[in-house]
Design a protein around this ligand. Structure first.
Ligand SMILES: CC(=O)SCCNC(=O)CCNC(=O)[C@H](O)C(C)(C)COP(=O)(O)OP(=O)(O)OC[C@H]1O[C@@H](n2cnc3c(N)ncnc32)[C@H](O)[C@@H]1OP(=O)(O)O
Length: 196
């Protein structure tokens, strides 16, 4: 029986579980330090138990630093929703999830531990480094580079030929029209560094 152990029983975890079912997993269990169940599935232990529990593994934790830390210790599977449209010339790393309605076009490379969330699009010749999150409905035009752990918020857009450095938060609805070379939070149209 195909079994998946999902680390993280939050909202992201329950969407991952649905995709796992569509990928033929017949048994799904969660590990979480606080919850006892998730979307009808059992929580069978704490996150630290991952190595001890048999089955394929997936880290369903939104925080990129924590996701990275956990993925350094265990081997994980890649999960792709059957209703994602992905060019044959795309590569996708270990432990990445591609959700329903996503489009990924030709010659794009997606790293490990990435989240390509519901109805996002990543166009041709893009490079997404490890642990990048493209949120629900965010859009990357052609030849966009996004460095490690950067998170694009819901409905954010990036025009073509743009590079965004590591550890950025691009706010909901922001439009990135220039390269971003300094880590930080960027909001608005056009996107600017959020200073407090
Ligand atoms: C399935 C899923 O759920 S996927 C997850 C999707 N989640 C997201 O997309 C979350 C995106 N998060 C955001 O956009 C957040 O607002 C952030 C990260 C940009 C900023 O959050 P915080 O650091 O908490 O900032 P805070 O809420 O204090 O706002 C600071 C200022 O920026 C403004 N601001 C915050 N977010 C945005 C935004 N997206 N666009 C424009 N302005 C914004 C606020 O209005 C505020 O302005 P003010 O000082 O004039 O009142």
């Amino acid at each position: 029986m195909k079994k998946l152990v999902i680390l993280g029983a939050g909202g992201h975890g329950k969407v991952v579980a649905d995709i796992a079912v569509k990928n033929g997993y017949e048994e799904i269990v969660f590990l979480d330090d606080n919850k006892t169940s998730c979307a009808g599935f059992s929580v069978v232990g704490k996150i630290e138990d991952a190595a001890k529990i048999k089955g394929d593994k997936f880290v369903a934790i939104g925080d990129a630093n924590l996701r990275q830390k956990l993925m350094e210790k265990i081997k994980t599977v890649t999960l792709i929703h059957p209703r994602a449209t992905i060019s044959r010339r795309v590569t996708i790393g270990e432990g990445t999830v591609v959700m329903a309605g996503v489009v990924i076009n030709s010659d794009t490379k997606i790293g490990k531990g990435c989240i390509i969330n519901t109805s996002a699009s990543v166009d041709h010749d893009c490079t997404l480094d490890d642990f990048v999150h493209v949120s629900v409905g965010a859009h990357l035009a052609g030849n966009v580079k996004v460095a490690t752990r950067t998170w694009l918020g819901v409905s954010a857009s990036v025009i073509n030929n743009i590079a965004i450095c590591k550890d950025c938060m691009i706010g909901a609805g922001a439009v990135v029209v220039k390269d971003i070379n300094k880590s930080g939070t960027y909001v608005g149209v056009p996107a600017r560094l959020l200073t407090r």
